[in-house]
Design a binder for this molecule. Sequence first.
Ligand code: AMP
Ligand code: MG
Length: 542
Amino acid sequence: MTGMKVCQMNFKNSFVESLPGLSLNQEVSRQAQQTPGVAYSFVTPEKVSHPSLISWSESAAQLLDLDVVKLDPVEFAQVFSGNHVCAGMKPYAARYGGHQFGHWAGQLGDGRAITLAEVVNSVGQSWEIQLKGAGRTPYSRGADGRAVLRSSLREYVCSEAMYHLGVPTTRALSCVSTGDSVVRDLFYDGNPAPEPGAITTRLAPSFIRFGHFQICAFHSELELMTQLVHYVIDQHFPQFKTLQGEYKYLQWYSHVVETTASLIVDWLRVGFVHGVMNTDNLSIHGLTIDYGPYGWLDVYDPDWTPNTTDAQHRRYRFAAQPAIALWNLAQLGEALGPLLGGFQAVEDILTDYQQSFRDQLLSMMGKKLGFQAKMDQRGIELIEGLDRVLRMTEIDTTIFYRQLAELHGLYSEQGEGAGKKDPKTFLEPLRAAFYAEAPSEPALKALVQWLQDYLSWSQTDGTSVEEKVQMMNQTNPFFIPRNYILQQCIDGVAKGDTAVLNKVMMAIKTPYEDSALTREFFKKRPEWARHKAGCSALSCSS
Ligand code: AMP
Ligand code: MG
């Protein structure tokens, strides 16, 4: 049954109606240009040849009160490819700047993202609808404004997977193929080639980034920055709306600091590496935003980054993410300095961040280890010890934590006689996580010793085996969309076969459940995927 029309949604355009922008002649507006003094430029999506729906997310559609069963995929693809702009939409590209890899990069802006409108749903939530890959804007800086199928699918699947994993994220409504090809130099080795193009439609309260404020500060546009801050608070942080003066801004900034800190704790919990934590890729809402060359720790290695463009310095490696978030928050604080009453106030807030981050991190690690009491000194030593032990041989992070939960049953069965049984028994459930056939003796010995210490410590929180296992399995995912799995989705879709994609889109919905759906993917990264492009590491090319 069809009958629901996407153009009948309840559109509003609060960003463009509250803030100054550039309205340009369409021909001129696609030319790369600096747009000082404005928050955005009006620009319509460039048309594509043959828009066709690849996949839509039923649960993301519900955020817009859309029921996919009642939608016409053809009409849907027309709107969410940008070919048809509904009445009531006022499409625009936002202006922002940013620090890329630690260096100020000047004006960046939505070079290929175009916001169509906001939609207010039946429960009063407001969702900004944005196309990624919708063609050139004044912020395209000479690039084509398009996105390739592989990066679009990666963003689409991972956004929805993160949501179900309980990690704050922008959402993805759909992925539509354009029927046009896009030329990309995948390996940055001078061999550009045509690839299929696609457009992802993303949803978020807003796509406002740290860089929105930074660009105003850089150009001394204090009035625009103040307007933007007021807009953001009024629209998205009403809890601070009635506060006055500096206090209002400080409270809001502290809130951004806190939500960013808890986002990073969540990334560390599930083993996610964003890969490009530039200040233009940090959301003011503390959401995961701009999925590019991200990845998941297959082998436990805190120094790993999936981004080959960052392979040399590894600025955005897994374990550096908390420090980089802090650095990015400091940049935001510096930009907002005139409103916050100077940098001392920012420093104080950031000092608190470090303590709060550490507390949240320890509490999260406690949950991963099934420890329900407040983290104690012995626990802290065990967390540090685990990091050392896991680095000694190649161990799959996700499988390790899930299998660790199994040990509690084994340990408790031994009851009083726990010391009598050969402690090597504890290695058995973990073998599935080992990449090497025969890990070295010192590595195994260290692991066994750690397991014994861990199991004895974990008894001291006074909870039952069942309670521990339940907590661990609610904290440690059973399914994550590993890069090689995504590559299989991409390879399938490129050949017109959505079977793997559809399976993965089902599996992402219950990432903590061991079920027939998810078990199929509960495997170490296969050897063939170790060095294959896209399957472990990948470049920024998108
Ligand atoms: P990203 O690394 O994807 O976060 O992008 C960094 C900046 O480059 C943003 O301003 C993007 O809008 C812009 N950008 C990336 N790819 C393209 C493209 N193909 N066309 C135009 N702008 C792009
Ligand atoms: Mg970006």
